[in-house]
Design a protein around this ligand. Structure first.
Ligand code: FE2
Length: 344
């Protein structure tokens, strides 16, 4: 007997697999660990098989249970390297459903290079449901990607004094629209944003976060303000009333590479809420419509070699973002028509 909640999850996960191009003959690996998200894994396996796919249950024993928030605070570390058979199955799959949070790990990149597309699903069911992806969202994110690809500079400002410029040109663009049907491509459910990295550490200026801007993975609001002085792709100084606490967090990693400027982009998901008290890893802030997502730490997702475990995602509200001379976001409002959500 199934409950209404189980049927709901089944329908939701089945729709996600359809968006991911799952049909007869497609090889799917559902990857999970220990007792984490076993209901998700079982539901994806059942839905995939019903769609006619060949589905493998790749389940690893776990050494230490960690919540999604703890895992995202330690990205890039996972136990797959100790399980070559599991790794092989994932590399041979067309689609890997990742319930382990492989984000930024060497293993994930290996799977992608082998041609597997990877969809990360670790968020609580109420978040997955509210932020379920659509083809329209994909189109808006891809419209943004076209503009970002041809831009030579990205600059963003805010009323608190932010004025920072990124030189662009030779780095990959990461799009997240919540599903993936493209070989070798990674995505994350929920999504709704895009990001890239500066060319040759060409990031200079300052970023001033205001009260109610968000700090992930801490899932906290900035209370009074933090200022980052940036030279040649690195934070050289952090000041302002909230700086000591954030510095203390970064210093726990004992890794100076945590001060590197990481990805930059903006959010396009109009269903996201600007809150830090929601369960899960915090996609509401990261993908929030019209935010600017400033980030420090690793760059392996963009082909770089900084694999520091300290990864700060810092969504900011009411910013203005330019690509070359074109305004893309104006005080938190998305400007180009092909990126705008209906009624926004
Ligand atoms: Fe990030």
């Amino acid at each position: 007997m199934t409950t209404a909640a189980e049927r709901d999850m089944y329908e939701l996960f089945r729709s996600e697999l359809v968006l991911c191009g799952v049909k007869p003959g497609v090889n799917v690996a559902v990857l999970s660990e220990g007792d984490q998200l076993q209901d998700y894994a079982a539901t994806f396996i059942a839905a995939g098989r019903e769609l006619g796919a060949n589905v493998e249950n790749v389940h690893l024993p776990t050494a230490k249970a960690m919540s999604a928030s703890e895992r995202i605070a330690n990205v890039g570390q996972n136990s797959l390297s100790r399980h070559p058979a599991a790794m092989k199955t994932c590399k041979q799959a067309d689609l890997v459903v990742d319930h382990m949070l492989l984000l930024f790990s060497r293993e994930q990149i290996e799977m992608q290079k082998a041609g597997a597309r990877v969809i990360l699903v670790v968020e609580p069911i109420e978040i997955l449901k509210r932020l379920a992806p659509t083809k329209a969202q994909r189109q808006r994110v891809e419209a943004a990607e076209v503009r970002l690809k041809r831009a030579k500079t990205l600059r963003f400002t805010n009323d608190a004094g932010t004025d920072v410029t990124y030189g662009l040109g030779d780095k990959e663009i990461l799009t997240e629209y919540g599903y993936t049907d493209t070989p070798g491509r990674w995505d994350h459910w929920p999504g709704g944003f895009l990001a890239t990295l500066a060319k040759n550490n060409q990031v200079n200026g300052r970023v001033v976060m205001q009260p109610k801007d968000i700090i992930y993975p801490l899932k906290s609001f900035v209370e009074k303000g933090i200022e980052f002085i940036i030279r040649d792709g690195r934070v050289v100084e952090m000041k302002g009333p909230d700086a000591p606490a954030l510095k203390k967090f970064v210093e726990t990693y004992k890794d100076p590479r945590a001060y590197a400027i990481s990805h930059i982009g903006w959010g396009l998901n109009e269903k996201c809420e600007w809150r830090v008290d929601l369960p899960g890893i915090g996609m509401d802030g990261r993908a929030h419509y019209g935010n600017v997502l400033f980030s420090l730490g690793p760059d392996t997702e963009f082909g770089g070699d900084n694999d520091t475990a300290c990864h700060l995602d810092l969504p900011m509200k009411n910013c203005t973002l330019y690509l070359d001379d074109e305004i893309i976001v104006e005080r938190g409002k998305v400007v180009p028509a092909d990126m705008r959500a209906p009624a926004h």
